[in-house]
Design a protein. Sequence first.
Length: 435
Amino acid sequence: MSHLDNTPSTPGKFKMEKSPYVHNRLRWHSSLAKLTCWSFMFLGLILIFFFRSPSSNPLPQDPSRRSLRTYNWGGPVWEKRVRSSARIRSRNGNGISVLVTGAAGFVGTHVSAALKRRGDGVLGLDNFNDYYDPSLKRARQALLERSGVFIVEGDINDSGLLRKLLEVVAFTHVMHLAAQAGVRYAMENPASYVHSNIAGFVSLLEICKSANPQPAIVWASSSSVYGLNTKVPFSERDTTDQPASLYAATKKAGEEIAHTYNHIYGLSLTGLRFFTVYGPWGRPDMAYFFFTRDILKGKSISIFEAANHGTVARDFTYIDDIVKGCLGALDTAEKSTGSGGKKKGPAQLRVYNLGNTSPVPVSDLVSILERLLKVNAKRSIMKLPRNGDVQFTHANISLAQRELGYKPETDLQTGLKKFVRWYLSYYSGGKKAAG
Ligand SMILES: NC(=O)c1ccc[n+]([C@@H]2O[C@H](COP(=O)([O-])OP(=O)(O)OC[C@H]3O[C@@H](n4cnc5c(N)ncnc54)[C@H](O)[C@@H]3O)[C@@H](O)[C@H]2O)c1
Ligand SMILES: *[C@@H]1O[C@H](CO)[C@@H](O)[C@H](O)[C@H]1NC(C)=O
Ligand SMILES: *[C@@H]1O[C@H](CO)[C@@H](O)[C@H](O)[C@H]1NC(C)=O
């Protein structure tokens, strides 16, 4: 039976075979005993297989059926990495320590890198779901790793993990960018919007409100909250009660939930309504990105038009401008006023548009891409489906200008040039097929 000793498994499972009782009563050469032994071993292996559990976290039931996975976290080595990544390195006493959720995402990667560059402490959190190609998220993670940012792999709806992170590090700020983005995907997987944008946001706020000290929170809302029937330019005071998609509805709900946590617990909360963000390391599910891919492949691209040949236009905003707006919001955020779940006084509650203030028709976007790629696009004009997209977006940014010092500086031509340069180098050399 010597081969049993080599079986790599929990020693306890096999102790019974070695116990004096077993030795004294059974003759090991009897085939019945052998059969019993093998059955126990087999049963043991089955039990080990089914009940093997990760270190400490109960598995969050992930309704995004494309991303069932277990996360491993905890332990002294892990905690050391967490602390080291979140440590403030410079900035003469003005440094902040930020938990960035969605750090492997497009905006999260850029914001994390910018914070780290100026000496702030940054810890990332991301579940690396496969809503779009996870290898792009892994490449962004590798980029951040090189600049000293560690991304913890886990879900914002995992309260145990969040509590642990806020115990290990006294974060001054949370930059909350993790979300289920995209408008059309809601028809395919509505539960993922509820999971990340509602349940996940509430679980994050619950942990932050109980923390001591409570961090200040800056989080991504969206221009999509303006919904149907809003006059352009969109201003923060406009009513936002006609969301045109489930995505928009969950972002709008987030703004209401933020109000509640500010009111009851004294959490400092700032919502940023981003307008169509684009740039290097961008999101493959967005038009500028897949138009580039399809134009290069010679595939025809669908350009939407509204009723009566109405132009569809977007207030495209370059990533570096968005990053400056995010840092401006973090730097002007006041402290939360509560502690350990008790409000001590009124706290800051803000919402800002972060756009570019110059909407561009989608057909002009395509013309710019054709020039940059030196390839003619095969255009096919389609009716704008009534499943979530609005005809125009146009931000009024005077509030962010005044209070955050926000001033977008990159026009679409300049920004797309940088995107295309990145795209060609990222997908060149047979490194990956572009889709
Ligand atoms: N990019 C835009 O044009 C735009 C416009 C308006 C609003 N926003 C908002 O800005 C934020 C960032 O967007 P982005 O473009 O970087 O998107 P993204 O999808 O690239 O980034 C989001 C990241 O969050 C992670 N994530 C999602 N659910 C999670 C969960 N439950 N737990 C942990 N991690 C999770 C994803 O893996 C992803 O890496 C989002 O809240 C988005 O809704 C973006
Ligand atoms: C979020 O997590 C809680 C437990 O923390 C769980 O009860 C709930 O089902 C989860 N919600 C979603 C939508 O995943
Ligand atoms: C832009 O928003 C500001 C408030 O932030 C408002 O005073 C101004 O009237 C708005 N401008 C337009 C053109 O709507």
